[in-house]
Design a protein around this ligand. Sequence first.
Ligand SMILES: [Zn+2]
Length: 60
Amino acid sequence: MAQWCEHCDRPVEGDVCEVCGADVTPEAREPIPWRWRFFIVATVLYLIWRIYQLVSWLSH
Ligand SMILES: [Zn+2]
């Protein structure tokens, strides 16, 4: 069963596009990409840091 490359807009035989090298494995194998988890964690850490700065600024 052929996959589909979103970048080249063409069918791809296998898991990697021969034209652009993109990974075209079905998304069902990985419901939540690891980079999204990293992005969420980074956002939460950033918000915690900003709140800490705000509290620190208000207490002085
Ligand atoms: Zn491609």
